[in-house]
Design a protein around this ligand. Structure first.
Ligand code: PLP
Length: 309
């Protein structure tokens, strides 16, 4: 059980519609196909397998988003009980997705901080608390997506990722380095109301935002992990900001182009392509990580399209 791999290897596809939109070759790494609906399955799966090997008898999470869904999914696959503590703001859909995986859901507090404190306070010696993005085991797990991309033999000129707390960024850069692609620049995309990486790059140190004002809740970390900021000094990273409206619009176009539904968090990355952002101009071949996300429905995306316009 302990050397199990819980994520699936995902396809990389050449996208004709996005290549046409961007005026350059766009390849898509389809992480939306992971069993939990997002890339989080990779890192969280790898971390939890290791925690189980070290003797964890229960998994704790405080994420009402894709990290909580991934922990619940991983616990079910490993046969280990999972408790997810979420704040009252967590949507009915996200709560249902967590409970459907068989996890125990506890609703506590007005904000994530309070839910997180409750989850941490529950942790006994045989429990593993699973952080959504600040854990080297999680980064190493995410890096497997670049191992797969490298095995295709097609080297991109840049990789586009969405950034929340920076776990995905850390994993992708780790993957680039361990596959001899350390010269491939990263385009790190945030929405304007969730730009904690940009704020830190501007300040020259890791800073905390006062508030998150973006609908892309999966990008809503007020502070990125130190490692993510550290990488911006050791690896070529270009920070790009997009509006919520552009992120939602990209999700809707992506449904038409590829018949795939993703969250605005992922739409942010796609928006760089549809919006032909200047930062992509010097690259011939770009790999976009389609990070996915299970918490948005088509109805919700359409409602956001109206409200963000
Ligand atoms: C978590 C998440 C992100 C951001 O990942 P970080 O590791 O927090 O930077 C982006 N998109 C989706 C769909 C996510 O679930």
């Amino acid at each position: 059980m302990t050397d199990r791999v819980l994520h699936v290897a995902t396809p990389t596809i050449a996208s004709l519609p996005l290549s046409t939109a961007a005026g350059r070759a766009i390849d898509l790494k389809l992480e939306n196909l992971q069993p939990s609906g997002s890339f989080k399955m990779r890192g969280i799966g790898a971390a939890c397998v290791e925690y189980a090997r070290r003797g964890a008898r229960r998994l704790l999470s405080s994420s009402g988003g894709n990290a909580g869904i991934a922990v619940a999914c991983v616990g079910r696959m490993l046969g280990i009980p999972v408790v997810v503590v979420v704040p009252e703001t967590t949507t009915a859909r996200a709560r249902r997705l967590i409970e459907e995986q068989g996890a125990t859901l506890i609703v506590h507090g007005a904000s994530w901080q309070e839910a997180n404190e409750r989850a941490q306070s529950m942790a006994g010696t045989t429990d593993a608390f699973v952080h959504p993005f600040d854990d080297p085991l999680v980064w190493a797990g995410h890096a497997t997506m670049i191992d797969e991309a490298a095995r295709t033999g097609v080297k991109p000129d840049a990789v586009v990722v969405a950034v929340g707390g920076g776990g995905l960024l850390c994993g992708v850069i780790e993957g680039l380095h361990r596959n001899g692609w350390s010269d491939v620049p990263l385009v790190a995309v945030e929405t304007e109301g969730a730009a904690s990486l940009r704020a830190s790059m501007d300040a020259g140190r890791c800073v905390t935002l006062d508030a998150i004002t973006s609908i892309a809740t999966s990008l809503g970390a007020k502070r990125v992990c130190e490692r993510a900021f550290g990488w911006t000094r050791e690896h070529p990273v270009a920070s790009v900001l997009v509006t919520d409206a552009a992120a939602v619009d990209a999700c809707l176009r992506f449904i038409d182009d590829h018949r795939i539904v993703v969250e605005p968090a992922c739409g942010a990355a796609l928006a760089t392509v549809y919006g032909r952002v200047a930062d992509l101009e010097r690259f011939e071949r770009v790999l976009v990580i389609v990070c996915g996300g299970a918490t948005a429905t088509v109805d919700q995306l359409q409602a956001w399209a109206t409200s963000t316009r």
